[in-house]
Write a protein that binds this ligand. Sequence first.
Ligand SMILES: C[S@@+](CC[C@H](N)C(=O)[O-])C[C@H]1O[C@@H](n2cnc3c(N)ncnc32)[C@H](O)[C@@H]1O
Length: 265
Amino acid sequence: MTITDITAKNRAAWDASAQHHGQGAYWDELVAGFADPTYSRFDQTMTTALQVSDIKGARAVQIGCNNGREVLSACALGAAEVWGIDQSAAFLSQATTLCDLSDHNAHFLEADIYDLPDECPRDFDVAFITIGVLNWMPDLRHFFTAVAGLLRPGGQLVIYETHPVLEMYEPTARDPHRPEHSYFRTDAFVENVAITYDGTDQGSAPESHWFIHTLGTIVQGALDARLALTQLQEFPHNIREVDYDIYEGQYAQTPMSFLMRATKA
Ligand SMILES: C[S@@+](CC[C@H](N)C(=O)[O-])C[C@H]1O[C@@H](n2cnc3c(N)ncnc32)[C@H](O)[C@@H]1O
């Protein structure tokens, strides 16, 4: 399957899953929150990373922005203008709803990161990527080339993601602490279930493709795109679905998340 085939399948899976996210207690929290211009969904780690990367007054872009909660959060941290790129029209519709509740200077672009349209700016000061984006990418080398292409020279990339070692575990397995998958697996995980963040079963959805990328592959992908690393930090805290909370606070602690910052040459 080509990159285009895989991203098209993932787009259909995300679009079909959007209906499960635009309602309920969490959605109501976002709706109430974004009426306040200082409201942010970033934790302290990401807030500090963006501040160190000079988010205040910057023109920023988020790749894989989903419902726009973090685009709007970056605005709340003082960015002058923030763009969110995502290929799911259904999630961008939720992003527009949330944005309309605020006065933030946010823009949403429906596009596949592997096939950005000409009208997409290529001179951002800051680009950021968070939880659950890298694993949807069938090819990291092309992905980082596209991401680097969004930045001006000297522009900064911030990634705050799930640690790939966590992909070895299945929290719902009989023994969730025994590794189930090779860290070096290259075949996609192909699933037909609706994509949720709270571990609930919301039935079926079109086929989606999820990949493990090792930390080495991620770092090398960035270096190959002429992004110079300025920070790489691993953490023992969970930033993904709540059913992974069981891996926190262990004596033999697995890494659970990481922060990477890099600058475009
Ligand atoms: C887990 S969500 C990101 C959530 C976000 N980090 C947050 O915390 O709000 C992953 C997003 O990546 C998007 N995505 C996946 N593949 C993409 C691609 N090739 N181009 C653009 N967006 C893509 C999906 O549509 C989805 O909205």
